[in-house]
Design a protein around this ligand. Structure first.
Ligand SMILES: *Cc1c(COP(=O)(O)O)cnc(C)c1O
Length: 261
């Protein structure tokens, strides 16, 4: 597998670039969470990242999430047993993020595993989460609203103009808490276009935050992937979702279609 032996170097490079972008944007690198997107990663790569101290991981499909979460749990169990025997420090829990389009019949399973759902874009999905959270969680499900800033036809996400209303509707649900917004840049090489999408994401986020009505925990802005995470951080993202830049390009034969989800 190409570049596999340099996972540590790639990971550290991403952390350094995030910190530098944060400084350019007048913020602290420590305030930005890198979600390592494992949809094309091998389990030994995921283990290596955990051993390096990484805690936040993302998946865009429930099926892969379930599989990777189970493998990671096995690994952590083994490490905990070893540590207990040797008296060392126990490894911390992993935080999984659902970053892709969520099918309503997969909501329950997903909520059992994730800390944050980045991709709520309809009232129906929020209602499904409300019901499932009451059944499987002992606290509200935390979600971001996925906004389609670039208004691309085939992309998921709600229109910017409808975002505030959706948040107001969800805020009446006891078991769902809106923590912020998520957006994706359009597929383009044009940095100016990407920057303007991220800036509009930031403006919408700040507008909603300032206008009141949302709780004080509305404080997460998830923007940026491997090709544009530095730009996203400069524009105000405090979560970036990075796969390829950490794990290397997907192996041949991997399902590329899910990238469109
Ligand atoms: C796959 C994926 C990413 C990460 O993509 P890379 O280009 O590999 O960094 C980020 N966000 C979402 C929603 C994804 O599906």
């Amino acid at each position: 597998m190409p570049g596999r032996d340099s996972l540590k170097a790639r990971y550290e490079a991403v952390q350094t670039r995030v910190a530098e972008a944060a400084t350019r944007g007048g913020r602290n690198g420590g305030d930005i969470v890198v979600v390592a997107v494992t949809k094309h990663a091998a389990i030994d790569q995921i283990r290596e990242l955990i051993a390096l101290g990484h805690r936040d991981f993302g998946e865009n499909r429930t099926q892969t999430l379930v599989q990777h979460a189970a493998q990671v749990e096995d690994y952590l169990d083994r490490r905990r047993q070893l540590r207990r025997a040797s008296g060392g420090e126990l490894p911390a829990d992993i935080r999984w993020h659902m970053i892709g389009h969520l099918q309503r019949n997969k909501v329950r399973k997903t909520l059992e595993l994730v800390r944050l759902v980045h991709s709520v874009d309809s009232l129906r999905l929020a209602e499904e989460i409300q019901q499932a959270a009451a059944a499987v969680l002992d606290k509200p499900a935390e979600v971001l609203i996925q906004v389609n800033i670039g208004a691309e036809k085939q992309k998921h996400g709600i229109a910017p103009a409808a975002t505030r209303h959706l948040i107001e509707q969800i805020d009446t649900m006891f078991n769902v808490r809106v923590r912020g917004l998520m957006t994706m840049a359009p597929l383009t090489e044009d940095r100016a276009v990407i920057r303007s999408v991220f800036q509009r994401g930031r403006e919408l986020f700040e507008d909603i935050r300032r206008s009141g009505g949302v709780n004080e925990r509305f404080n997460i802005l998830s923007m940026g992937m491997s090709s544009d995470y530095e730009l996203a951080v400069e524009c105000g993202a405090n979560i970036v979702r990075v796969g390829t830049a950490i794990f290397g390009p997907p192996a041949d034969g991997d399902d590329a279609a899910d990238d469109l989800s």
